[in-house]
Design a protein around this ligand. Structure first.
Ligand code: ADP
Ligand code: SF4
Length: 691
């Protein structure tokens, strides 16, 4: 189909300094967890986006010097020659598809405490980042940079710029955002200097200006220079001569870079979870840039709707549509708009499992796109599946795993029958996506159902509760069981292990609430799963007018939600909804009137009044259906996948479903992943820089 003319504006080229980008789709720098240790994995991850139509693909933060060492978080480096080959692999891949390659030159300053290199962290005035999450905390405090340190920092940027150009990058970023070193100079909380780099906004901007100049001069104006800058705090600060310090800063810098990349200051607001934050949430903070500068502006906001993108351009908010998460969830988003296939876009659901990968120190994972990070290792393409499927496959269970398995098997060319006992497909998402803030998660179902309904080799069987005999009678060549897991009413011991079932009136699991049971208030929600569901159920029950107390074994609500940037917002939401929060406690007993609790560390007994108890803790997989068929199934014809195989978050169910479908019928040798390895310094043979 031809593209809709109302989206033409998105395909106009844009000039960025000495470079021209072919359209307005710009994959901005984002954490991928892929360091120089996995150069082929990283290059293929970004190449896929270039192939999918993004005009620019960018690295994540790339450290320019050992004084900016973020370990144990995964961090790319551009420290010396040994790093070039690894980056060149990515730039060559981007160029093969007509995209430009950008690199985010990064110095973390006080936020990078150099755990491995053991340099003293650098900062404008010795002000540390007093992180409260244990992963970021440190006992090291930064030194105050002297004049030589500032000269060194400028020189490191220039040296990194020269290397970046040699590695093939077209756009070089100076990064003054998210609490990192140049940002620390901009913000008065960090910058108490009394020299030319501190005090007035004019002085605080000086370093950023000098870094931009240094990068441009080092590459003789051949590369475009982008400034990535966080505006949230600056915009909130008054200025004597402008509407805010942000306006004043941009006023000073308006002609300095070739491109502004604008963003928020904190991960939780910058990469905000859809549970609490809508698409386009940065706009009120970054909407003023284009009233001050003539340079192009790129920004993000989890844009997946082409109409929203057009509106951002037409209303003069942005020139380029930045994508981080939307480009992970669907690397082919631009191509799909270009080819008039908007309904085929696999829209990001805003769950932030991708950012959790960085917090975990591993390659990016995505709930919507199970191929993310597996492009090279397993050879998985997000759009193309080898059409080698023969015979019929019955998939039992149409939750995230079954839907993904069915879709991938159908793409392989199998005849697919997908059955679910429910009338509506979607499994756990049928109900979970109706919990407060989770409606966009239903996109996991919408995308897959949209695709399956178009495929002639797929038959859908709703309201089909299949028994073992039904499966045998169906007689498919292969059967995939994706019937999900169940929550158990188990308590948890102070040793953090599920301790066994509780026998008491009015005890519920998430499955009971999903089935429509409404607990009497006051309700206690005991959460030792510690991801989203316990807190979402607490919010749901509070929304039904119940008095709710949320109790957790952890020291914060939704403790693992820190990994997905949800956790601070869960606390805000609890405060708004009057949900009482109790931490570091286990439930030890309940009689339908009184709940017994024990403080985990002191063992002190406590009691509160409650009429109902909802336990969100232990989830068990397995499938009686699978067990009863497995005895007489032909070898290699029966497969257990998703939560029924190993319960987990939706990301794991989708991944398992995809893997089962990709590997079904293949010999083991064809399913072995490749192992990546870093380049050694001797592998580097790129031409010398030209003057
Ligand atoms: P996953 O996350 O692994 O996809 P879900 O719990 O989301 O698992 O989905 C499992 C689906 O399987 C549910 O929609 C459920 O209705 C369906 N199901 C369970 N048992 C059967 C069965 N015997 N026949 C058909 N569908 C089933
Ligand atoms: Fe979007 Fe979730 Fe995928 Fe991240 S993991 S890109 S938030 S769908």
């Amino acid at each position: 189909m031809p593209r809709d003319p109302r989206f033409d504006i998105l395909f106009q080229p844009v000039k960025i300094g000495p470079k021209v980008v072919r359209n307005r789709f710009f994959q901005v720098p984002h954490a991928s967890g892929m360091t120089n240790a996995a150069p082929h994995v990283r290059a293929a991850f970004r190449e896929t986006k270039a192939e999918g139509g993004w005009a620019v693909v960018s690295t994540g933060a790339c450290s320019i010097h050992p004084t900016s060492d973020d370990s144990p978080f995964p961090c790319a480096t551009l420290w010396d020659e040994a790093d070039l080959r690894s980056h060149a692999l990515m730039t060559e891949a981007a160029h093969r598809h007509g995209a430009l390659a950008a690199i985010e030159l990064w110095h973390g300053g006080a936020a990078a405490v150099n755990r491995t290199t053991r340099h003293a962290p650098l900062s404008p005035s010795g002000i540390p980042w007093m992180a409260t999450h244990v992963g970021f905390m440190s006992s090291a405090r930064p030194k105050v940079m002297d004049a030589q340190d500032i000269r060194d920092l400028i020189r490191w940027h220039a040296e990194a710029a020269v290397m970046a150009e040699r590695a093939g990058f077209d756009i070089l970023y100076v990064y003054a955002g998210m609490g990192y070193l140049p940002y620390q100079f901009l913000l008065s909380d960090y910058n108490h200097r009394t020299d030319d780099y501190g005090g007035s906004v004019r002085n605080r901007v000086r370093l950023v200006e000098q870094l931009i100049d240094a990068v441009r001069e080092a590459t003789h104006g051949r590369c475009a220079v982008a400034l990535r800058i966080s505006m949230q705090e600056l915009r909130a600060r008054p200025s004597d001569i402008a509407p805010s310090e942000a306006h004043e800063v941009i006023g000073h810098l308006k002609d300095a870079p070739d491109l502004f990349d604008v963003k928020m200051d904190y991960s939780a607001t910058d990469c905000a979870a859809s549970r609490y934050t809508p698409e386009g949430s940065h706009e009120p903070v970054v909407d003023f840039l284009k009233t001050i500068t003539d340079k192009p502006v790129v920004g993000v906001g989890r844009f997946t709707s082409p109409d929203t993108m057009v509106s951002m351009v037409k209303r003069g908010v942005l020139d380029l549509i930045g994508g981080a998460r939307p480009s992970i969830a669907d690397p082919f988003l631009p191509k799909k708009i270009e080819e008039g296939r908007v309904e085929d876009i696999r829209e990001c659901i805003g769950c932030n499992l991708c950012i959790s990968s960085w917090h975990d120190g591993v390659w990016v994972r995505c709930t919507q796109n199970p191929t993310a990070g597996e492009e090279w290792r397993r050879g998985w393409h997000p759009e193309i599946v080898r059409r080698d499927g023969k015979g019929q496959v019955l998939v039992v269970g149409a939750g995230p795993a079954g839907l993904e398995a069915a879709l991938t098997l159908a793409r392989r060319g199998h005849d697919v029958a997908l059955a679910d006992k429910a009338r509506d497909f979607g499994g756990r998402l049928r109900w979970e996506s109706r919990l407060p803030g989770l409606n966009q998660w239903h996109r996991v179902v919408d995308y897959r159902m949209g695709q399956l309904q178009k495929m002639p080799n797929v038959t859908l069987y709703p309201e089909s509760d299949l028994s073992a005999q039904d499966v045998r009678d169906f007689g498919a060549d292969h059967t995939v069981i994706a019937t999900g897991a169940r929550w158990l009413p188990y308590l948890c011991g102070a040793n953090e292990l599920p301790s066994g079932p509780i026998d008491a009136p009015r005890v519920y699991t998430p499955d009971d609430i999903a089935a429509g049971l409404v607990p009497e208030g006051p309700v206690a929600v005991f959460d030792y799963d510690n991801y989203y569901l316990g807190s979402a159920i607490a919010e749901h029950l509070a929304g039904q007018g119940r008095v709710v107390t949320y109790i957790t074994t952890a020291d914060t609500a939704a403790a693992w939600g820190f990994m997905t940037n949800e956790q601070p917002l869960v606390h805000q939401s609890f405060a708004k909804k009057n949900i009482a929060l109790r931490t570091s406690e286990v439930v030890t007993g309940f009689d339908g009137e009184t709940l017994l609790l024990s403080q985990i560390f002191s063992g002190e007994d406590r009691r509160i009044a409650a009429r109902s108890l909802v336990i969100v803790g232990y989830r068990q997989g397995g499938s009686a259906l699978y067990d009863s068929i497995s005895g007489d199934a032909k070898p290699g014809s029966l497969h257990l996948t998703g939560d029924a195989n190993a319960p987990g978050a939706i990301v794991h169910a989708v991944y398992q479903g995809h893997k089962t479908a990709r590997e079904l019928g293949l010999p083991l040798a064809q399913t072995q992943p490749r192992r990546d390895a870093p380049f050694a310094p001797r592998d580097f043979h790129l031409p010398e820089a030209t003057e």
